[in-house]
Design a protein around this ligand. Structure first.
Ligand code: DGP
Length: 114
């Protein structure tokens, strides 16, 4: 989508601190990190969020989860643990309308998820 921020990052039109890229998936550091390690994992194709995945392939969705785990491993946080979150809609405070998973770790996280 031409005016989507994460589509622009995926196309290389806006710079990012990239940690992984392949034909379908990009992972880059969040510009406002909320934990010591805070990486965003996105599909390069545009899907607004978890509610709009009818046309997303199962292979892509599985790939996003597998890649998040691989990024956690390469960041060295798989042993200590991490959280994978996708905010969906207003109540969840989704601010960028392009599907993304937050990989959060590198420190002790709260036992509350709200
Ligand atoms: P969410 O609130 O779940 O939609 O998360 C969107 C995240 O995107 C938020 O943690 C901040 C991050 N973000 C917003 N703009 C940029 C940007 O231009 N670059 C990077 N790297 N991250 C961004």
């Amino acid at each position: 989508m031409s005016d989507c921020l994460f589509c622009k990052i995926a196309r290389g039109e806006i710079p990012c601190d990239k940690v992984y890229e392949d034909n379908d998936i990009l992972a880059f550091r969040d510009i406002h990190p909320q934990t010591a390690c805070h990486v965003l994992i996105i599909p390069k194709d545009h899907f607004p969020g978890l509610k709009e995945l009818e046309s997303a392939s199962d292979a892509l969705l599985a790939g996003l989860l597998r890649k998040a785990a691989a990024v956690a491993k390469s960041a060295g946080i798989d042993g200590s643990g991490y959280r994978l979150v996708s905010n969906c809609g207003r109540d969840a405070c989704q601010s960028v309308q392009h599907l993304h998973f937050h990989l959060l770790g590198g420190q002790q996280l709260s036992d509350r998820m709200s």
